[in-house]
Design a protein around this ligand. Structure first.
Ligand code: TXA
Ligand code: MG
Length: 404
């Protein structure tokens, strides 16, 4: 349906929440705030609503959705209550078959500690879940978002909501209601404004294997070490990481987590990711990685720099400026975004997508040079992952067209 000039911004008031819930109950879509990023929500049990989600995003139907769950009111004070697995089976979202005792123990322990929050669990799909939501897979991705507005809407609707990030397919995830307008304005009837997302990167996605061990499919807002810490004492407590796939075309064969395309979160400008934090790159390494990037970028055109921040970032900006000026056709540094002047990883995660988006929108910026976080732990893993995807070679369908 065409909602040109009709996408309404709803306030997070009782009226706004009721309005959002009634649209969702009628099978319409709503831009929904969560603590990670904004989601494009629709009734997960309604195939028409699911079809609208794929259509509004321009997302292929082989890329499965995450189902968002309400936490029972008695669970709000202390996270999800005991016995989550039994509850999920009773709701028909998780299949009883194939859920070993070890798997149940893992799910109960993790949800008790981390739900509501930025953790998505991939479990055997229950009979209530339409196969369109899972792209035909016999597993389903589930999470309970921590945002109070999302929880209020979920309780009002009384059904799980499917919600991918509210960006057009392959683009930068939105962390404010205004970003959702940029992505989907005119394509959906309403966006609920719950303020800027506090985490800023999507949830950590893990598959719970039948022996209770975990496979990380996407690093995200819940750091891996924290997850590992909670597994101690459970047997088996293994957590393995699935490496970022190199392939970028959706058609190139089965993937452990469909939708985990190497190229994602892509601005329209080409992105060059430096091989290491600037403080660890000597002059020669900096010049050669910028030079390699410049080959793929228009000569002499403006560069936007994305810095992680922390002590001495101004000096690092100057080093990059001078290195760019040494090219045969010098590239001017026209904009610089500092993710976390205080050097904190959670600040950097919170500003990552908004900063990429504003550099990309700057008409003077024609390519972006991004510094990875110095640290691999904590939210550093998710930030690095998103930057790698933004910088990955793009399938033709993702190629941007930055106006000159
Ligand atoms: O934080 C988040 O997770 C946000 C907010 C809105 O909740 N949502 C989000 O959804 O990032 P989306 O659709 O952009 O990413 C979900 C990813 C899919 O691309 C897919 O790779 C993985 O989760 N996924 C979903 N169902 C899966 C399944 N059954 N098996 C493996 N991976 C699955
Ligand atoms: Mg997404």
């Amino acid at each position: 349906m065409d909602f040109s000039d009709q996408t309404r911004i709803l306030q997070p008031t009782p009226e706004g929440i009721t309005e959002a819930a009634s649209l969702l109950a009628r099978g319409e879509l709503v831009g929904l705030p969560t603590e990670t990023v904004y989601g494009l929500a629709g009734d997960a049990l309604n195939v028409d609503a699911l079809t609208k989600i794929f259509r509004a995003k321009g997302r292929p139907t082989d890329d499965p959705l995450i189902l968002h769950l309400a936490i029972p009111t008695e669970g709000i004070a202390k996270g999800w209550p005991e016995g989550t697995t039994a509850r999920l089976i009773a709701q028909g979202v998780v299949a009883e078959d194939g859920l070993s005792a070890a798997c149940r123990r893992t799910v109960d322990a993790l949800t008790r500690t981390f739900w509501p929050g930025p953790l998505t669990l991939v479990l055997p799909r229950g009979p209530q879940v339409p196969t369109l939501a899972t792209s035909g897979l016999d597993t389903v991705a589930l999470r309970a978002p921590a945002h109070p507005v999302a929880q209020a809407v979920l309780r009002a609707v009384g059904e799980p909501l499917a919600a991918p990030s509210a960006n057009r397919f392959g683009r930068i995830s939105p962390t404010t209601a205004a970003h959702v307008v940029e992505e989907l304005g005119g394509r959906i009837p309403a966006i609920l404004d719950g303020g800027p997302a506090t985490v800023g990167v999507e949830s950590t996605v893990v598959r719970v294997a039948s022996d209770g061990s975990l496979v990380c499919l996407r690093p995200g807002g819940l750091p891996m070490e924290v997850l590992e810490g909670a597994l101690a004492g459970l047997s088996p407590s293994r957590l393995t990481e699935h490496p970022l796939p190199d392939r970028i075309e959706p058609s190139s064969g089965p993937m452990p987590s469909p939708g985990m395309l190497a190229s994602h979160y892509a601005p329209t400008c080409p992105v060059v990711l430096l091989p290491d934090a600037l403080s660890r790159l000597n002059a020669a390494a900096l010049q050669s990685s910028l030079g390699a990037g410049a080959l793929a970028c228009p000569p002499g055109l403006g560069v936007g720099l994305l810095l992680q921040g922390g002590l001495g970032w101004e000096d690092q900006r100057e080093r990059v400026r001078q290195a760019l000026a040494r090219f045969p056709s010098p590239a001017p540094l026209v904009a610089c975004a500092v993710l976390a002047p205080d050097g904190a990883l959670d600040t950097a995660a919170r500003s990552l997508f908004g900063s990429l988006r504003s550099l990309d929108k700057d008409p003077l910026v024609h390519w972006i040079v991004a510094e990875p976080p110095a640290r691999q732990d904590g939210l550093g893993a998710a930030i690095r992952d998103r930057l790698r995807r933004a910088a990955a070679p793009r399938p033709r369908s993702h190629e941007g067209s930055k106006p000159e």
